[in-house]
Design a protein around this ligand. Structure first.
Ligand code: CA
Length: 228
């Protein structure tokens, strides 16, 4: 993956062109598509290192693509949204998009977001990158896999980051704003219910009884904690 391919899905030619130009100048290979159906077709045959995704697209919209992509892979997604599309933006994040930029945006800002996403998902090694093992669960920050009783569980980038943060601070209670700050890093723009959605998805993937979780516990009136 020396020259990872970023898929840009955007039907506005001038935006697609400038985004593609800036990403190429930053050293990325870029594939541009201007139609949602074509994007789904491309994604079912290729693997992108990251998808820059406009929400309003002909034929199949960005939310539909996000939903499809999340059920097939953990490829990072950055949404391009118009200011009035706030509801869709929140929906997209709840479906597992990693980040978004609001139009009009500076191409430089987009490039820096693109750089930030693989840092989160790449697991480049470091002091904190030691695997965590609990009685029935191992969390590996390098492979970003969770293993429960020999079964590998695949999490989205954000689900993993949330679990990783909480598991590294066992029994410490965090409220939703604190988790947004630590895991999303942009709490002022995101609806705190995004955290609730991610907690629910983690429980569904990791807990044998999601309604009576053993690890990811609710502390009523306060927030959440990881119980080893
Ligand atoms: Ca559009």
């Amino acid at each position: 993956m020396d020259n990872p391919t970023i898929l840009v899905v955007e039907d506005e030619p001038s935006i697609a062109e400038v985004v593609s130009l800036y990403l190429q100048r930053s050293g990325y290979a870029v594939t541009v598509l201007n139609d949602g159906a074509a994007a789904l077709e491309w994604l079912s045959a290729h693997k992108a290192s990251l998808v820059v995704l406009d929400l309003m697209l002909p034929n199949v919209d960005g939310l539909e693509i996000t939903r499809w992509l999340r059920s097939h892979s953990d490829t990072p997604i950055i949404m391009l949204t118009a200011r009035r599309e706030e509801t869709d933006r929140i929906l997209g994040l709840e479906m597992g998009a990693d980040d978004y930029v609001v139009k009009p945006f500076s191409p430089r800002e987009l490039v820096s977001r693109v750089r930030a996403v693989p840092r989160r998902t790449g697991g480049s090694g470091g002091v904190e990158e030691k695997r965590l093992s609990f009685e029935d669960m191992t969390i590996d920050p390098i492979t970003r896999l969770v293993v429960i009783q020999d079964e590998e569980i695949t999490l989205t980038a954000r689900e993993f980051d949330l679990l990783w943060w909480m598991a590294r601070h066992p029994r410490q209670v965090f409220n939703r704003d604190q988790l947004l700050d630590q895991v999303w890093g942009i709490s002022e723009y995101i609806d705190p219910s995004t955290v609730t959605v991610h907690i629910r998805r983690l429980r569904e993937k990791l807990e044998s009884d999601p309604s009576n979780p053993r690890h990811i516990q609710t502390v009523w009136g306060v927030g959440y904690k990881f119980e080893p």
